[in-house]
Ligand binder design. Structure first.
Ligand SMILES: *[C@@H]1O[C@H](CO)[C@@H](O)[C@H](O)[C@H]1NC(C)=O
Ligand SMILES: *[C@@H]1O[C@H](CO)[C@@H](O)[C@H](O)[C@H]1NC(C)=O
Ligand SMILES: *[C@@H]1O[C@H](CO)[C@@H](O)[C@H](O)[C@H]1NC(C)=O
Ligand SMILES: *[C@@H]1O[C@H](CO)[C@@H](O)[C@H](O)[C@H]1NC(C)=O
Ligand SMILES: *[C@@H]1O[C@H](CO)[C@@H](O)[C@H](O)[C@H]1NC(C)=O
Length: 486
C-alpha cells in the first residue's frame, strides 16, 4: 500500500434483509436482484475499459464539469443540527445535514447527513463517505438509521436509541442520499430521474464531494475513505476511479472498480444448494442449462431458476437464518437494542423520517420520504472487475466484506468474482477475532485487496453484527488486517 494519497475503498455485495417479506417497497437487495436478472440482455453503454473515468470523459465531455458550484461560506454553520427529535440525552458529537447543489442549471441537489466523532476523540479520525445501493436506496434510512449510524429508531417510530458500535466512534461519516430522487435528494428537472445511471451518479457524487469539502474545509487534508454496500459495489469503485482521474489534474482526493453479474448469479445458485435451500435436481438443472456468461437466458434455465426461488420458501434471503418481520405496526413503550436487530426496523425508520419536525431538524424538504426509488437506470457495466483492478494498481487499498448469511449476493459469488482477478495470495485465509470470538475470515491478496467475511451477518452487516463490523472497520481505517488472535 503506497502511503501517498492514501485513499481506500471498502464495499460489499450484500443485499437487504427483511424487506422482501414486508409489503413495503422493495429494498436495495430486491432492486439489485431484479437488475441482475433483467440486465443480462441489455447492452451496457459503458465499456469495461481500463480506465472507467477516462471513458466517462470521452463519452460525455460536454456534461462533465465537476467544479465548485457555489460559495459555501456559512453553510456549514447553517447545516448544524441542534438535536434530532427523540434523540437520547448526553450526545457528545456534532451532527450536520443539508443540501449540496451539484447542478445549478438543472436545480439538482443531494442531501447528506454528517456525523462527526465525539468531540473529545482524536482529531486525526478519518473521513468516510458511506453509500447504500439499490440503485435508488437511501443511505440515511439504511446506513445511518439501521446500520452504522449513531442512532437507531425505536419501535415507536418516534424516538431514537444510541448505537454503541456506530462507526463515528472511529471516523467522521457522511451519509449521502444519491442519486437525485433518492430520499430527500431532488432535482428541479424531472428528466434527470429518467437519465440516472452509473455515469451520472459518479459525476454527481464527485461534484458533491468537491463542494462538500469547500463547505467543510477542515476535512480537506483528512484521510478519506469510501465505503458502501450492495449496488454501491458499482458506486464506490466508479467514484474512486473518478477521483483518481481528476486528481491528476486538480489534486482533489482519490479513487477507481464493480464485480461481475454473470459469476454472481452462478454464486447465488451454488450457495442455495450448499446452504440446503435447494434440491439436488434444481442445482443440477441450473448447472446444465444456465449459461450465465451469455447475454440470453434459455427457457430451461428460466424454469430451473424459478424452481430454485420457489423451493426456498418465505425466508429472509438477505439473512437466511434471521427472523422475518411479522408485525410491522408501531409499538409504544419498547426500547430497541443494538444487540438484537428488529426485522421490522424499516417501518420505524420510515415513520420517523416522515415526521415534519424531524425533516425540519434535518434541514430537509417537507416531503414524503421513502427508502428506495425505482429508476429506469440508463447505464451500468456488466462487470466492475477491470475498474477494480485499475484501482488496486493505483495503490489504493480495497477491502470487500461480506456477511456469510446473505443468500442474495453470497460470499460464494464474491469469491468467484475475485478469483477471476487471479491475484496472488499474500496472507492466506484465516479467522479474525472480535471480542475473543471468530468474527469472520479474511484473505489478503497481493496488491492491496482483501476479502473479509463477517460471521453471522446477512446483507446488512453492521445491523446484524455491529461489534464485529466496528472491529473490522477500525482495522481497515488503520491499514491493518483485523486481529488474527483473540
Ligand atoms: C429548485 O427550484 C426552487 C424553486 O424555484 C429553488 O428555490 C431551488 O433553489 C431550486 N433548487 C436548486 C438546487 O437549484
Ligand atoms: C470522552 O467523553 C466520554 C463521555 O462524554 C467519556 O466517557 C470518555 O472517557 C471521554 N474520552 C476521552 C478520551 O476523554
Ligand atoms: C498537485 O500536487 C503535487 C504534489 O503535491 C504538486 O507538485 C502539484 O503542483 C499539484 N498540482 C496542482 C494543480 O495543484
Ligand atoms: C451463448 O449461447 C449460444 C447459443 O445458445 C452459444 O452458441 C454460445 O456458445 C454461448 N456463448 C458462451 C460464451 O457460452
Ligand atoms: C426542496 O426544497 C427546496 C428549497 O428548500 C425547493 O426549492 C425544492 O423545490 C424542494 N424540492 C422538493 C422535491 O420538494
Amino acid at each position: 500500500m503506497k502511503p501517498v494519497l492514501y485513499s481506500c475503498l471498502l464495499f460489499s455485495f450484500w443485499l437487504l434483509s427483511f424487506l422482501s417479506f414486508c409489503e413495503a417497497a422493495d429494498g436495495q437487495g430486491e432492486i439489485l436482484h431484479k437488475l441482475l436478472m433483467s440486465g443480462r440482455s441489455e447492452k451496457s453503454r459503458i465499456s469495461s475499459s481500463r480506465s472507467w473515468a477516462a471513458g466517462l470523459h470521452g463519452s460525455n465531455p460536454a456534461t462533465y464539469s465537476p467544479v465548485s458550484i457555489e460559495p459555501q461560506d456559512g453553510k456549514m454553520e447553517a447545516d448544524e443540527i441542534d438535536a434530532l427529535p427523540g434523540q437520547p440525552d448526553g450526545i457528545d458529537f456534532d451532527q450536520y445535514a443539508g443540501y449540496v447543489t451539484v447542478d445549478q442549471k438543472a436545480g439538482r441537489a443531494l442531501f447528506y447527513y454528517f456525523v462527526e466523532s465525539p468531540r473529545n476523540s482524536s482529531s486525526n479520525n478519518p473521513l468516510i463517505l458511506w453509500l447504500n445501493g439499490g440503485p435508488g436506496c437511501s443511505s440515511l434510512g439504511y446506513g445511518a438509521m439501521s446500520e452504522l449510524g449513531p442512532f437507531r429508531v425505536n419501535s415507536d417510530g418516534q424516538t431514537l436509541f444510541r448505537n454503541d458500535f456506530a462507526w463515528n466512534n472511529v471516523a467522521n461519516v457522511i451519509f449521502l442520499e444519491s442519486p437525485a430522487g433518492v430520499g430527500f435528494s431532488y432535482s428541479n428537472t424531472s428528466s434527470d430521474y429518467d437519465n440516472a445511471g452509473d455515469t451520472t451518479t459518479a459525476i454527481d457524487t464527485y461534484t458533491f464531494l468537491v463542494n462538500w469539502l469547500e463547505r467543510f474545509p477542515q476535512y480537506k487534508s483528512t484521510d478519506f475513505f469510501i465505503a458502501g454496500e450492495s449496488y454501491a459495489g458499482h458506486y464506490v469503485p466508479q467514484l474512486a476511479s473518478t477521483i483518481l482521474y481528476n486528481n491528476e489534474n486538480t489534486n482533489q482526493t482519490v479513487g477507481n472498480g464493480l464485480l461481475d453479474d454473470a459469476i454472481t448469479l452462478r454464486g447465488i445458485y451454488d450457495n442455495f444448494w450448499t446452504h440446503a435451500l435447494n434440491s439436488d435436481e434444481t442445482y443440477k438443472g441450473i448447472h446444465k442449462y444456465c449459461d450465465f456468461a451469455n447475454d440470453t437466458v434459455s427457457e430451461k434455465c428460466f424454469e430451473f431458476t424459478g424452481q430454485a426461488d420457489d423451493e426456498i420458501g418465505d425466508i429472509d434471503i438477505y439473512n437466511i437464518y434471521a427472523p422475518i418481520c411479522l408485525d410491522s405496526s408501531l409499538k409504544s413503550g419498547s426500547h430497541g437494542s443494538v444487540h438484537d436487530f428488529d426485522p421490522c426496523t424499516d417501518y420505524y425508520v420510515e415513520n420517523y423520517l416522515n415526521i415534519p419536525e424531524v425533516q425540519k431538524a434535518l434541514h430537509a424538504n417537507q416531503t414524503e420520504w421513502t427508502h428506495c426509488r425505482y429508476y429506469a437506470w440508463t447505464d451500468r457495466p456488466p462487470t466492475i472487475l477491470p475498474i477494480l483492478k485499475n484501482i488496486i494498481e493505483s495503490g489504493v487499498s480495497v477491502w470487500i466484506y461480506s456477511g456469510d448469511n446473505d443468500g442474495r449476493v453470497p460470499v460464494a459469488a464474491t469469491r468467484y468474482s475475485l478469483n477471476m482477478l487471479k491475484l496472488g495470495v499474500k496472507k492466506g485465509w484465516h479467522g479474525w477475532y472480535s471480542e475473543k470470538e471468530v468474527g469472520g475470515y479474511v484473505v489478503e491478496y497481493e496488491g492491496g485487496l482483501s476479502l473479509v467475511t463477517v460471521r453471522g451477518a446477512g446483507h446488512l452487516v453492521p445491523s446484524n453484527q455491529p461489534q464485529r463490523a466496528l472491529t473490522f472497520i477500525s482495522s481497515f481505517l488503520q491499514g491493518t488486517l483485523p486481529p488474527s488472535t483473540p
